[in-house]
Design a protein around this ligand. Structure first.
Ligand code: IPE
Ligand code: IPE
Ligand code: MG
Length: 242
């Protein structure tokens, strides 16, 4: 761990994979009589602080719900503002904190703008060999879409005679998910007061511990994350056992 980062005490047990549902940007802006898109700008700043903190304390895998398959329902100007933030983020990620962090995008990239998709694929390729931490970014991601997409890939294999139906196990099936090679979510954090997962990682959250907070995402700084980590460390995870 770098010398300057241990600003807070940490619990002994840390999750391998923390999932973040970055919610509350719009309400953060509304409270300040600002346009919603400025809430997303502020949320992006928090995202960077949380990524840096997780990397510094040694979390192996972090995932962020950045844009859901349902978020296309929002007004065009808001969707455009969010897409522009993705463009900017991917460019900045190269300059600032690419080192040792593998970046992978989860979700259906095919409907995104060509330049965004190309930037995503390039950064995935260029960071593939990093293993200090994996940063998963869910963009045009839906948990149901992920499962249907995997089901189609598996069906294709069966149809081509490359797989037998009997060989479809949970483990095998999950390897076809967008997040197939990454660990299940241990701790799922949703700020902003909503008590739901809104189609995020529904397969990988089967045994996740949930942490809900009333703090809006732009205000969810490392200090808030630390509260979640201490809360997580107290939980007794039984996975159906005793
Ligand atoms: C989350 O913040 C960001 C995205 C869904 C892209 P919201 O925009 O949902 O913020 P609220 O929930 O309206 O406050
Ligand atoms: C979930 O937030 C999606 C992301 C954070 C990207 P939403 O704001 O879209 O979820 P609902 O509509 O409150 O369930
Ligand atoms: Mg919301």
């Amino acid at each position: 761990m770098a010398k300057d980062v241990k600003k807070f005490d940490l619990p002994e047990v840390l999750p391998d994979h923390i999932g973040f549902i970055m919610d509350g940007n719009g309400r953060w802006a509304k409270k300040r009589f600002l346009p919603r898109k400025l809430g997303h700008v502020e949320g992006a700043k928090t995202f960077k602080k949380i990524v840096r903190y997780c990397r510094d304390i040694g979390i192996k895998c972090i995932s962020f719900y950045a844009f859901s398959t349902e978020n296309w329902k929002r007004p065009n100007d808001e969707v455009d503002a969010i897409m522009n933030l993705f463009r900017q983020y991917i460019d900045e990620a190269r300059e600032h904190f690419l080192e040792e962090t593998r970046i992978v995008f989860l979700g259906d990239k095919s409907v995104l703008a060509d330049d965004i998709r190309e930037k995503m694929i390039a950064i995935e390729e260029d960071t593939r060999h990093f293993d200090k931490m994996t940063l998963l970014l869910a963009v045009n991601y839906g948990g149901r879409d992920e499962i249907v997409h995997a089901a189609k890939l598996v069906s294709e294999k069966v149809r081509n005679g490359e797989m037998n139906i009997e060989d479809i196990t949970e483990e095998k099936f999950s390897s076809y998910l967008y997040a197939g090679e990454f660990p299940d979510v241990d701790l799922l954090i949703r700020p902003s007061g909503e008590l739901r997962i809104s189609n995020y990682m529904i397969w990988q959250c089967a045994y996740a511990e949930f942490y809900f907070s009333d703090v809006l995402w732009p205000d969810f700084l490392p200090e808030e994350l630390n509260k979640a980590l201490f809360d997580y460390a107290k939980r007794s995870r039984r996975f159906g056992g005793v």
